[in-house]
Design a protein around this ligand. Structure first.
Ligand SMILES: *Cc1c(COP(=O)(O)O)cnc(C)c1O
Length: 397
């Protein structure tokens, strides 16, 4: 009896222990066969996109914006990859993201776009993060901390040139300009942000570019930065000393209305839970807003708005929604997208072309992130930043 038990034990694991484990794992989330969706992030494509923007903006430095978990793609994986590729400066939104980034990018400059919340200056110093100072009260609080602690960590000064979100006014910036003659002025970057860079014809672009140029002249010797992804494509008047792309790194189109120069970096596949047959005039899903025009076959998939597959991409009798690629063919979503489920009309496919457990593609092949965003009446940024942690994630290196 004892012998038999011993024989059924699995063989011992003889694989050598990892001497130098990878800094960031290449998979994340639940096992692939158990997850409703499988998200594939192509880190090589992200690096390619970073290099492409860098060449476009030469000789300016190309930083990387990795806020909101690197636009949903995974902050650690993306930042570690780009740091290895030579990216020296990163932008995040808040301190928690700065801490996560610091853990994988020990030497990088990290700017925190939302700046200082009251009383957080010491936390910036502990992380060696630099606040992007957006108001005079923030500047006063940061200066007081730096003076008291003899902290020389640096900070960006954000000047508002027309967006009216964050930033001191151009007049305030002009009044502060004599400060840069002091030895320890502490300003390592002068920056502003374009409100309409994705609309090249918008008159605000020129106004912002001209106003920022005037401010830069007063801050000669301080590196400056104006362009995010779309701004880079407005031409070299926006490039200054550093560009700050975000969405373009992740494959979003920085030139809406024109073909996308970036390589897609995200793919999303969903598991089919079952294939159903519905009769003519039967409705599918919540609200019964989609009715079968003829006897139909429907694949129910295990991804919904709770996974960031936006409900606004639902399909009704009046308005078609998003598509999925099923067995190589584009098939429409049928009915409302639920929290954890959606339905795809696969009637156009041959019988038995789709089976339980198969994968259908929601982003990838001919469906770009921008396509899906359009179908949901939103932008690629919102699609990406909603990508769920419920997915099994694969990082292609
Ligand atoms: C988010 C952000 C960026 C990056 O913008 P993209 O359009 O994604 O390239 C750059 N600068 C600031 C201030 C931002 O808030």
């Amino acid at each position: 009896m004892r012998m038999a038990t011993v024989e059924t034990l699995p063989p011992p694991d003889l694989t050598p222990p990892d001497i130098a484990p990878a800094a960031t794992p290449v998979t994340a989330g639940p096992p692939a066969d158990q997850a409703g969706g499988i998200l594939t992030v192509d880190l090589a494509a992200i690096e390619h996109n970073w290099r492409l923007i860098g060449r476009r903006a030469t000789p300016s430095e190309c930083a990387a914006v990795v806020k909101a978990d690197a636009y949903g793609c995974g902050l650690e994986q993306v930042a570690a990859r780009l740091a290895r590729a030579g990216c020296k400066t990163f932008f995040v939104a808040d301190l928690e993201e700065a801490r996560r980034l610091r853990a994988v990018a020990a030497e990088s400059a990290i700017y925190v776009l939302n700046g200082l919340l009251p009383g957080t200056a010491s936390a910036f110093a502990e992380t060696r993060a630099r606040p992007v100072i957006g108001s005079l009260v923030e500047l006063a609080e940061w200066d007081a901390f730096c003076a008291a602690q003899a902290w020389r960590g640096g900070a960006a000064l954000h000047v508002d040139t027309g967006m009216n979100r964050l930033g001191i006014s151009a007049n305030e910036a002009a009044a502060l300009a004599p400060r840069i003659r002091a030895e320890n002025h502490g300003i390592t970057l002068l920056m502003s942000h374009l409100a309409c860079a994705d609309q090249p014809e918008h008159p605000l672009n020129d106004r912002q570019i001209r106003l920022f140029r005037e401010v830069r002249l007063l801050y000669r010797g301080i590196p400056s930065s104006l362009a995010a992804s779309s701004g880079v494509f407005l031409g070299n008047t926006t490039h200054c000393d550093m560009v700050r792309p975000g969405i373009a790194l992740y494959g979003g189109n920085p030139t809406p209305g024109h073909s996308n120069p970036m390589r897609p970096a995200v793919r999303l596949d969903a598991h089919v839970l079952q294939v159903r047959h519905v009769g003519k005039s039967e409705a599918i899903g919540y609200g019964a807003v989609w009715t079968a025009r003829h006897a139909s076959r429907i694949a129910v998939i295990a991804v919904g708005y709770g996974d960031g597959y936006l409900r606004a991409a639902s399909s009704t009798d009046e308005a078609p929604g998003a598509d999925a690629i099923v067995a190589g063919k584009r098939c429409p979503i049928a009915g409302r997208i639920s929290m954890d489920l959606a339905a795809v009309d696969i009637t156009a496919l041959p019988e038995n072309a789709v089976r339980r457990g198969d994968l259908v593609t929601l982003i990838g092949d001919e469906i770009t992130v921008d396509d899906l965003a359009n179908k949901a009446g939103t932008i690629s940024y919102e699609v990406l930043t909603n990508l769920s942690r419920r997915y099994h994630r694969v990082y292609r290196v």
